[in-house]
Ligand binder design. Structure first.
Ligand SMILES: Nc1ncnc2c1ncn2[C@@H]1O[C@H](COP(=O)(O)OP(=O)(O)O)[C@@H](O)[C@H]1O
Ligand SMILES: [Mg+2]
Length: 352
């Protein structure tokens, strides 16, 4: 048995490697960007790759490589069920509606006339989002019909850039004030205004659709609840000053009491129903009721170090440190072992 791991900074991979070292699980480091990656993986049972929506190359082929391997019978993290909807809020809308999960009411239009008609009939404010992006970069409050129409004209005209260098500069300055960024980082973001990164150069314009959600008012924070291997843990993230957006704010709280039972129950249920290896659910609350704004298999491992413990699926809390990236390896190894002893095959695609 051998696992292949693609290493990336600030991703799950460092913890995966530590876990394999500690538990003497055979692994090899691989480079998924090489053309002969399939051949390289021929002596491995599984590939683990925490790819990112912020790496231009990953957006081009990470899903395709992982789907191809899974179709051929290898085990992968993330698998099809876990990541076909990654960085795709439109896909998530259909998926969560299809299983009756409590998604914030969401609306998508593929023609200008449909969008304009809806704008005339609906009330404002609403939240506008691009289908991809993280840290709130592509999420906006739309206060009036007039502003919504401007967005629609752009969506069915020149389109939107996915990555906004000014947003990153502003965020870097804000984080510097919080003690979470450096002057060097601010300088890098200034340079990025003039010298485009691969991400800025190669990403395509977003256009031909427009996506809105109802604005769920009076949330001074959101909750990110992560489920891995039937265990859950989470954080409260406060919104930025004079803003409604929490994602990426880096203003966090971790007390056990911040997570209510309903949030845990919904997250366990959706993760189980959709067979998600790892799912970070973002919630806002309307009259105390949790509503999902998005899901993602990828999150920042360091952000969960301060968690006081985790819940199991019977909602029992287990106090103390835990290694959720290790749980991902454990789950994969157990599937590989079951297959080797003839019990089970990769089931993500066949079960659809
Ligand atoms: N429909 C909504 N109503 C109120 N607040 C929202 C809504 N959608 C998102 N938010 C806020 O904006 C933040 C970013 O939205 P999200 O959809 O999670 O985008 P991202 O992918 O950038 O994290 C959330 O963390 C939440 O605080
Ligand atoms: Mg989010």
């Amino acid at each position: 048995m051998k696992i292949a791991i693609h290493k990336r900074e600030d991703s799950y991979s460092d913890e995966w490697i530590q876990y394999c070292d500690k538990h003497e699980i055979p692994y090899k480091l691989v480079d998924c960007y090489q053309s002969d990656i399939i051949e390289t993986l021929s002596d491995c049972d599984a590939l683990m790759w925490h790819f990112s929506q912020a790496v231009a190359k990953d957006l081009i082929f990470a899903k395709q490589l992982l789907f191809a391997l899974e179709s051929a019978g290898k085990f992968v993290f993330p698998d099809f069920q876990t990541m076909w909807h990654f960085d795709d809020k439109i896909g998530q809308k259909y998926l969560l509606e299809a299983i009756g999960a409590p998604l914030v009411p969401s609306y998508v239009f593929y023609s200008k006339s449909d969008a304009l008609q809806w704008i005339d009939e609906t009330s404002f404010p609403k939240v506008f989002k691009l289908r991809g992006g993280a840290s709130s970069e592509n999420v906006k409050l739309v206060r009036s019909k007039k502003d919504a129409k401007k967005l629609v004209n752009r969506a069915f005209g020149p389109g939107f850039k996915q990555f906004n260098s000014f947003f990153y500069l502003k965020e870097s300055i804000r984080k510097y004030k919080l003690g979470e960024s450096t002057l060097t980082d601010i300088l890098k973001k200034v340079i990025r205004l003039f010298y485009k990164l691969e991400l800025d150069k190669f990403s395509q314009k977003e256009k031909g659709y427009v996506y809105f959600q109802d604005f769920i008012a009076n949330n001074d924070s959101d909750i990110r609840l992560v489920v891995v291997d039937n265990k859950a843990f989470g954080e409260k993230r406060f919104v930025r000053k004079n803003d409604f957006r929490a994602s990426g704010s880096h203003m966090r709280q971790y007390d056990k009491e911040i997570i209510n039972e309903e949030t845990l129950r919904i997250s366990f249920e959706v993760a189980k129903k959709l067979k998600l290896q790892c799912a970070a659910f973002d919630y806002v609350y309307e009259n105390g009721n949790p509503l999902i704004v998005e899901i993602s298999f990828g999150t920042t491992p360091a952000a969960y170090k301060p968690c006081p413990g985790y819940w199991d699926s019977s909602l029992k809390f287990h106090e103390g440190a835990f290694d959720f990236c290790g749980w991902m390896v454990e789950e994969l190894v157990s599937k590989i072992n079951k297959k080797k002893t003839g019990n089970v095959a990769p089931d993500s695609i066949s079960s659809l």
